[in-house]
Ligand binder design. Structure first.
Ligand SMILES: *Cc1c(COP(=O)(O)O)cnc(C)c1O
Length: 462
């Protein structure tokens, strides 16, 4: 089916507060035109992120009741550990409070001053931890990933030539591992093919470089392999996922995405020595190696969520609901990143607002304008998210986008229609949208808390 109906029914509902445009004008101003700073009660449809926003199932809520809140050796930990080993196939698991907790431990163990860490496009927290440990991130994603209007089945792939060149240039001994994200968040949720994963593994093995995965959205990646890669149509997502993970030496996981929970994460690996080191660090930063920052009940809910995530009907609906929104926008001529990725639709803000230069923060302005017009919250993924270079100038990313991120199991197709219509209506008056300038900017991860003002009197000229 092109757009299958929700493979779940609704047992509990959460009322959405409505606001009008006049109210939103004030609310947006108070939030410094930064959608991260909006109170959630003032948001109609919240597409800020798919991180931790998942609706848990009745079985997950039931899992909370069997939380074993022991400081050491919680029952729920053993169930989580067993589930991760079974579904992803790694030998060792270290629990963490969320994905960046795993990134912190991995980076501390593996990276030495002056090392290079290749990856298929940067991710904010991943890159921050690599840099804090003296490493330098090097982007080795295929060129198409940076080209919003070029279609491709696997635009998240590692560019094998770029990777080989880097090894030649800096020496394999200065590359502790390559980090392969599945799917690639910052490229618009684009997947990586099994063939590409195998090639990366082959080259890395030859050069004695470890292959780690940012497995945050690995189930979504597995679905794309089933849909698009020869030889996988008759395999289940569960089988494909296990085959994918089999090619990695380890993985960091934000449980807030594909593990279907509101908080949690883990670091997994096959190497016993690395596991030993990770357990000695996890007690410093997270907690005992049998809870790592999570309550027993949270670990139980995550174990249940991991099993639900590989349900074939769930994952098919998930991918196709996101595609539905993308198709609606594309049919109306809205410039979006193609093809639509796994967790979000990305609007190409430079195409949408061609009258603004990147210094005028077009994606930030567009996200603010969407909220003002409709109450829909989205997120900037452009020059504001990319931060500044070492010399203090803006880092100008090729992609300047607004991300409409779909939470898992939260909204219906009717909500997607509202979002599509809001963006389409705004497109009609796009030339009236003003650029923004910074009025407050923090030193790191500035997109979270920066504040702005419109360059003209009003964000949208009336
Ligand atoms: C969310 C995310 C992370 C970080 O995980 P948190 O749970 O937010 O700490 C890392 N990598 C990717 C690709 C992500 O989307």
């Amino acid at each position: 089916m092109k757009y299958p109906a929700e493979p779940f029914k609704i047992k509990t509902v959460e009322t959405i507060e409505m606001t009008d445009r006049e109210e939103r004008k004030e609310i947006l101003k108070d939030a410094g035109y930064n959608t991260f700073l909006l109170p959630s009660k003032n948001v109609y449809i919240d597409l800020l992120t798919d991180s931790g926003t998942t609706a848990m199932s009745d079985k997950q809520w039931a899992s909370l009741m069997i939380g074993d809140e022991a400081y050491g050796g919680s029952e729920n930990w053993f169930r989580l550990e067993e589930t991760v080993k079974e579904i992803y196939g790694f030998d060792h698991v270290v629990p963490t409070h969320q994905g960046r907790g795993a990134e912190n431990i991995l980076s501390q163990i593996m990276i030495e001053e002056g090392d290079y860490i290749p990856g298929n496009m940067y991710f904010t927290t991943t890159k921050a931890h690599q840099e804090l440990n003296g490493g330098e991130f090097v982007d080795v994603i295929v060129d198409e990933a940076h080209q919003p209007d070029v279609k491709g089945d696997f635009k998240g792939n590692v560019d094998i030539e770029k990777y080989k060149n880097l090894i030649e240039e800096v020496g394999a001994e200065n590359i502790p591992y390559i980090n392969v994200a599945l799917t690639v968040n910052m490229a618009g949720g684009q997947p990586v093919s099994m063939e590409n994963i195998k090639k990366v593994k082959e080259i890395s093995e030859k050069n004695d470089i470890m292959v780690m995965s940012d497995a945050t959205r690995c189930v979504e990646n597995a679905y794309y392999i089933k849909e698009r890669e020869d030889g996988y149509q008759d395999k289940s997502v569960k089988e494909i996922l296990k085959e994918m993970m089999n090619h990695f030496d380890g993985a960091t996981m934000s449980g807030k995405k594909d593990c279907m929970v509101n908080i949690g994460g883990f670091l997994a690996m096959n190497d016993a020595d690395m596991y030993q080191e990770a357990t000695s660090l996890v007690v410093v930063y997270e907690g005992m190696p049998t809870y790592g920052g999570m309550a027993g009940r949270d670990m139980e809910a995550m174990a249940t969520g991991i099993r639900e995530s590989v349900n074939p009907h769930y994952i098919e609906h998930r991918i196709k609901q996101v595609r539905y929104l993308g198709d609606k926008l594309e049919e109306a001529g809205i410039p979006i990143i193609k093809p639509v990725g796994g967790h979000a639709v990305f609007i190409d803000a430079r195409e949408f607002l061609p009258h603004l230069s990147q210094d005028q923060l077009p994606a930030q302005a567009l996200a603010a304008a969407i909220y003002l017009e409709s109450g829909v919250r989205s997120m900037e993924r452009g020059v504001v998210s990319a931060g500044r270079d070492a010399d203090g100038t803006h880092h100008y990313p090729k992609l300047e986008t607004v991300r409409l991120t779909i939470p898992r199991r939260v909204y219906t197709y009717a909500h997607m229609d509202v979002v599509a219509n809001a963006v389409i209506d705004l497109y009609e008056k796009r030339d009236k949208i003003s650029g923004l300038e910074f009025v407050y900017e923090p030193p790191t991860l500035r997109f979270f808390t920066s504040e702005f003002e419109p360059l003209n009197d009003q964000l949208i000229a009336e």
